[in-house]
Design a protein around this ligand. Structure first.
Ligand code: PBG
Length: 351
């Protein structure tokens, strides 16, 4: 063996050598080479920072299962928004936690509701920052579901539908109202996240009829009924009081159905498609990106964030390197933009 290599080096065996001239490692052995051939990079412009705003006075309430994340007061969130804009992050995604919750989530479409107030306040301090308003009812309803529920005794009770069934078209009416209220307050993008059939079409129509044809829709097109939303529900106090969300959020076992969901949203006028959660759905992200040619977003959700933090805190993984690796793979799979609780950290790490 050693002898063969020696003769090969001497040039005597070159034509019969079975060693390929292909040496991928040639482009790996210095950091400059690796940078030169790197196919995927992350920049601040790729990132969307989610923020939780609550109606209380307390400036920053820590969220237990999401280290480094807080429920912020309106005042605190505007300061935060200014800082995020200064870091070069183009957009925030807002979630509201109202003072009072009720059966139809009325704070979500009240003109002085938590989100409309927050949107106007942020627009004053950071006009260039894009405001994406998460459009769903689970944070606003007392039952924690994403819309109107069929309930005995309610005015819109349907005797022939099961108790606890999410009423689709009644929910669309509320989505229409709330979307116009958020747009009027200054939201740049409405992001319906409830997986209600027809939500994109209904919101598009309501926005257009009210003079907001320039307001974009980022649809949570493929959102699976995922256990990775656990920490978020603690943060927003939005765990369903009964049952689960499987009657409207998608079964995560279904890839073909995911494409059908995305196709419907494209037809209904979505401007941006979102896939969520991100890491468990990289195959769907890739297919949706290639099939529809619309800007595609991925949401690295609360459970993905919490897992990385938990293992990092134990010293079992390197939080920063694992977070970057996850985000780069999400981008490589096809995400044009990523919603991530790491957005601010990433900008700091890139520096
Ligand atoms: C609202 C909504 C949820 C998330 C985003 N929008 C919760 C849910 O569907 O239960 C989850 C985000 C996260 O886990 O980070 N419907």
């Amino acid at each position: 063996m050693l002898n063969d290599r020696f003769t090969a080096r001497a040039g005597e065996l070159t034509s019969t050598s079975r060693i390929s001239p292909q040496r991928p490692r040639r482009l790996r052995h210095t950091e400059s080479l690796r940078r030169l051939v790197r196919e995927t990079t992350l920049t601040p412009a790729d990132l969307i920072m989610p923020l939780f705003v609550h109606a209380g006075e307390e400036a920053r309430q820590p969220i237990h299962a999401m280290p480094g994340q807080f429920r912020l007061s309106v005042e605190a969130v505007t300061q935060e928004a200014r800082q995020i804009a200064d870091m070069g992050i183009p957009a925030v995604l807002l979630f509201g936690i109202p003072q009072e919750k009720d059966a139809c989530g009325s704070d979500n479409f009240a003109h002085d509701g938590i989100i409309p107030r927050t949107i106007s306040a942020i627009k004053q301090v950071a006009p260039e920052l894009l405001i994406i308003s998460d459009m769903c009812f689970c944070e606003y309803t007392d039952h924690g579901h994403c819309g109107v529920i069929n309930q005995q005794g309610a005015p819109d009770h349907h005797a022939y539908l099961p108790e606890g069934y999410l009423l689709n078209d009644e929910t669309l009416d509320l989505l229409r109202r709330a979307s116009v209220v958020h747009a009027r307050a200054g939201a740049d993008i409405i992001a319906p996240s409830g997986m209600i059939d027809g939500m994109v079409g209904a919101i598009r129509e309501a926005l257009d009829l009210n003079g907001f044809d320039h307001t974009a829709i980022m649809s949570y097109a493929v959102k699976t009924a995922s256990a990775f939303y656990g920490p978020f529900r603690e943060a927003a106090g939005s765990a369903p009081a009964f049952g689960d969300r499987k009657q409207y959020q998608m079964d995560y076992a279904n890839g073909r159905e995911a494409l059908r969901e995305a196709a419907l949203d494209v037809e209904e006028g979505a401007d941006i498609l979102m896939i969520k959660p991100a890491l468990p759905n990289l195959d769907i992200l890739r297919t949706v990106r290639q099939t529809f040619n619309l800007p595609t977003a991925a949401y690295q959700v609360s459970g993905e964030y919490a897992m990385l933090h938990a293992a990092g805190a134990q010293g079992w993984i390197d939080l920063r390197r694992c977070a970057m690796e996850s985000l780069i793979s999400i981008k490589r799979a096809g995400a044009d933009m990523i919603v991530t609780y790491f957005a601010k950290d990433v900008v700091a790490w890139l520096d």
